[in-house]
Design a protein around this ligand. Structure first.
Ligand SMILES: Nc1nc2c(c(=O)[nH]1)N[C@H]1C(S)=C(S)[C@@H](COP(=O)(O)O)O[C@H]1N2
Ligand SMILES: [Mo]
Length: 367
C-alpha cells in the first residue's frame, strides 16, 4: 500500500493559465450537485433540488442508537437521543443556505476545488430544537469562547486526516435561531442533508451548518481545527493567515427565462415582454433592493421585490423586460442589503475562491 503522502491531494492549488476543469473536479461536481436554476421558482426548495456539498462520504447513522453529546467546558455534560431532542421545544425557520465556494469556477485564475458556477444555493424549512436551551441546561462555563461542532464523517483533506468539525463563536452559538435540526421541509432529514441531526446557523455560509452532528463541545480557547484555521479563509497567498469566512454576502439570481439550448444553456425567448423573476438573499441584513441589467451591466433598473418571508430566507423579485429587438443579450441582477453590502460586477479574487458574489450573467437570444 502507498503511504498517505503519496496519494493525498496537494495543498490548495491554483489552475494554470488555460488549464481546464479536470476529471477530479468533474467527479466532485457530479457528487455535489447544485440547484437547477429553474427551481428558483419555489419559495421553499424541494429537498431533492436543494444543492449538496459533502467533503468526504455520507455516513450511515442509525437514528435509534444515535446520540449527540454536549461536552467540554460545561457544568453538566449531556448525552441526548433523537427522542430527547424531539421532546424539546420545536422551532421551524426558513433559511437560505449557500456554499461559500459558490462562483469559484468563474474566478481567474481558478482555485482547484469543487467547481461551482452559480447554483450552490437552496432554501428549506428547517425544524429542530434551539441550541441555546441545550447549552443553558448543560451550564456553559463563564470562560467559554467558542463552540465546536463535530460530524460523523471522516476523511483526508489536503494531507490532513480529520473528522468534519467547525468552530463557532459562543455569541453566535447562543443566538435563539440556531437549531439542532431533525426535519427538512416537514420530513425527517434525508441522509445527504445530515440525518439524523444537523446544525443550522441562519445567515452563515454553508460550512457552518455541520451535518451528521455527534458532539457539541464548549471550548475555552478559539477553535483552531482545519475547517476554521486552514479552510474557509479569505486570503491572497498560501502563507497569509487570512480572515475567516462567516456570513453570506448579498446575491440575486435570475430564474433563466424562455427555454434552454441543451449543451450551452443559452436561453431562447420570443420578442416582446419577458417577465424576469428570481430570488435574492443576504446573511447580513434583509435585502433592500434588486436591480436588473439587460445590457451586461451598462445600465441598471430596479426590480419589484416580493415579501421578505423570514430574516434569512431569500425573497422573490420580478422585472418586466421589453425585449423589442431580436439579438443576443447578457442579463445580470444584483442585490443590496440593509447593512449596505452590494454585489460587484467583477469578482474580487481570493485563493480558496470563497464568498464570491459577483453579479450572475445569463445569456439570452431574443428571436
Ligand atoms: N459533517 C459535515 N457537515 C457539513 C459538510 C460536510 O462535508 N460534513 N459540508 C458543509 C458545507 S461546505 C456546506 S456548503 C453545507 C451543505 O449543506 P447541504 O449539503 O445540506 O446543502 O454543509 C456543510 N456541513
Ligand atoms: Mo460549502
Amino acid at each position: 500500500m502507498n503511504t498517505v503522502e503519496e496519494w493525498v491531494s496537494e495543498p490548495a492549488r491554483i489552475a494554470g493559465p488555460g488549464e481546464d476543469i479536470s476529471v477530479d473536479e468533474l467527479r466532485l461536481a457530479a457528487r455535489n450537485h447544485g440547484l437547477p436554476l429553474e427551481a428558483l421558482r419555489y419559495d421553499v426548495t424541494p429537498a431533492g433540488l436543494h444543492y449538496l456539498l459533502t467533503h468526504y462520504d455520507i455516513p450511515a447513522l442509525d437514528p435509534d442508537t444515535w446520540r449527540v453529546t454536549v461536552s467540554g467546558a460545561v457544568e453538566r455534560p449531556l448525552s441526548l437521543r433523537l427522542d430527547d431532542l424531539r421532546a424539546r421545544p420545536r422551532v421551524t425557520h426558513r433559511v437560505t443556505l449557500e456554499c461559500a465556494g459558490n462562483g469559484r469556477a468563474r474566478l481567474s485564475p481558478r482555485p482547484v476545488s469543487q467547481p461551482w458556477l452559480d447554483e450552490a444555493v437552496g432554501t428549506a424549512e428547517w425544524t429542530g430544537a434551539p441550541l441555546a436551551g441545550l447549552l443553558a441546561e448543560a451550564g456553559v462555563a463563564t470562560s467559554a469562547v467558542d463552540v465546536a461542532f463535530t460530524g460523523a464523517d471522516h476523511g483526508f483533506e489536503r494531507g490532513v486526516e480529520q473528522t468534519y468539525r467547525r468552530g463557532l463563536p459562543l455569541i453566535e452559538a447562543l443566538r435563539d435561531d440556531v437549531l439542532l435540526v431533525y426535519e427538512m421541509n416537514g420530513q425527517p432529514l434525508p441522509p445527504q442533508h445530515g440525518a439524523p441531526v444537523r446544525l443550522i446557523v441562519p445567515g452563515w455560509y454553508g460550512m457552518a451548518h455541520v451535518k451528521w452532528l455527534v458532539d457539541v463541545a464548549v471550548l475555552e480557547s478559539e477553535f483552531d481545527g482545519f475547517q476554521n484555521a486552514t479552510a474557509y479563509r479569505l486570503k491572497q497567498a498560501a502563507d497569509d493567515p487570512g480572515e475567516p469566512v462567516t456570513r453570506i454576502l448579498p446575491k440575486a439570481l435570475i430564474q433563466p427565462p424562455g427555454v434552454p439550448d441543451f449543451q450551452s444553456r443559452v436561453r431562447v425567448v420570443d420578442r416582446g415582454v419577458v417577465e424576469l423573476t428570481g430570488r435574492a438573499w443576504s446573511g447580513w441584513a434583509p435585502v433592500e433592493s434588486v436591480e436588473v441589467s439587460t445590457d451586461d451591466g451598462a445600465s441598471w433598473r430596479p426590480a419589484e421585490l416580493g415579501p421578505q418571508p423570514a430574516p434569512y430566507a431569500w425573497r422573490s423579485w420580478r422585472y418586466e423586460w421589453t425585449a423589442a429587438q431580436s439579438g443576443r443579450y447578457e442579463l445580470r441582477a444584483r442585490a443590496r442589503d440593509a447593512a449596505g453590502h452590494g454585489q460587484p460586477v467583477n469578482q474580487a479574487w481570493n485563493r480558496q475562491g470563497m464568498a464570491n458574489n459577483h453579479a450572475q450573467r445569463v445569456t439570452v437570444v431574443v428571436r
